[in-house]
Design a protein around this ligand. Structure first.
Ligand code: SF4
Length: 359
């Protein structure tokens, strides 16, 4: 075990930490909100969202009363919308079942929707000083390099091994400062690429640093490949007297972007010719007797998700006036000026902004 590890890393933290609005606070609401936003999101990107949320929802009560559409709209661009669902559900649970007060132990916190082992340990230790180690990607990296741990970090047995080690190192140290120091050290100093080993306070004791094998740690088991998906969107524009309107649809299937809004869509197994896509029976049926002109066909837009890569093409049609409706009850017309109020996937937002439809 490294001598005086806790005091040394806490000292490093006091000197080097970033000033962030949720730091130096023991308010569990702020800590929880920042942790949920920062799951799968970089601090630089999440910071603006955090400030926006805190301004609009300064406490758990205001968030518990928010509508899904408003929260989704504020969340737009962050992705992984299940986190927004969890925020709302957890806020309502804490207000109703816990009288607006966060429980103080990891065991109680983990029963709340969206609060897993990592987040429960973060809230309990940072807000309430509970002695539980927080093990995120940064901590895995720091510990695996320091101790030369070969266990692949994306396996079940790694979780236990790293938690035990972090728990032993935490003993006798202030939990809030220690946990934040570990994460910050990984984020700023022992970075995934080009860690600053030369100026590291642990260089003489660090296994990977001494052996020059930093790039080998943490060890990861290979994951299955990324699934490619080909989306063909039909953007149907209906001219109006003052402004035009578009057909929109809410996604409700058990698929990505659940509950967000997008356009009528055809998914193909491979890249297709857009002219052929329009002749597909699904689109032919949808368009029915409607007369239209093709305004444009976009280049392919790509969007990377964790296990999927979306390739999307937008076929923009202008409907000739009074030629009928789309034959799909789940689509509805939205005035172009109101489009901005609907939460849409980032991919659609990019296209609509490029076309100056969303201003
Ligand atoms: S010596 Fe390098 S690899 Fe080891 S803890 Fe320091 S920065 Fe990380």
């Amino acid at each position: 075990m490294l001598k005086d590890f806790g005091p040394r890393i806490v000292k490093w933290y006091d000197k080097n930490k970033r000033e962030l609005p949720w730091r130096n606070s023991t308010n569990p609401y702020k800590i929880w909100l920042s942790e949920i936003i920062l799951q799968q999101t970089r601090v630089e990107q999440g910071l603006g969202y955090y400030l926006k949320f805190i301004r609009r929802f300064p406490d758990i009560y205001s968030l518990a009363e928010a509508s899904q559409t408003e929260v989704y709209k504020m969340w737009q661009g962050l992705g992984y919308y299940n986190r927004a669902d969890n925020l709302m559900a957890a806020a309502q649970t804490i207000v109703r079942q816990y009288k607006g007060l966060f429980p103080e132990t990891p065991e109680a916190l983990i029963r709340i929707q969206g609060i897993g082992p990592y987040t429960s340990a973060a809230i309990a230790s940072i807000a309430f000083g509970y002695p539980k180690p927080v093990v995120d990607g940064n901590v895995y990296r720091v510990l695996s390099r320091l101790f030369g741990i070969e266990t692949p970090i994306n396996t079940g047995r790694a979780k236990k091994e790293f938690e035990t080690l972090a728990g032993n190192l935490l003993q006798g140290n202030p939990p809030a400062a220690f946990n934040q120091a570990m994460m910050e050290f990984g984020a700023l100093h022992c970075k995934p690429v080009n860690p600053d080993c030369l100026h590291c306070i642990f260089l003489s004791e660090c296994t990977a640093g001494r052996l020059g094998e930093v790039a080998r740690f943490p060890v990861k088991k290979k994951k299955p490949g990324v699934r490619k998906r080909y989306f063909y969107y039909l953007l149907v524009e209906v001219p109006g007297n003052k402004s035009n309107a578009f057909f929109l649809k809410q996604r409700d299937k058990k698929d990505i972007w659940k509950n967000l809004y997008d356009f009528p869509l055809l998914e193909c197994n491979k890249r297709e010719n857009p002219a052929e896509v329009l002749k597909n029976p699904v689109f032919e049926h949808l368009i029915g007797q409607t007369n239209f002109n093709i305004k444009s066909v976009s280049n392919e837009y790509r969007h990377q998700l964790t296990h999927q890569k979306i390739h999307a093409v937008f076929i923009h049609l202008i409907v000739n006036k009074n030629t009928g409706q789309l034959s799909d009850n789940s689509v509805f017309l939205v005035d172009e000026n109101k489009l901005i109020t609907y939460p849409v996937p980032r991919l659609l937002e990019r296209y609509l902004q490029d076309q100056k439809i969303l201003k």
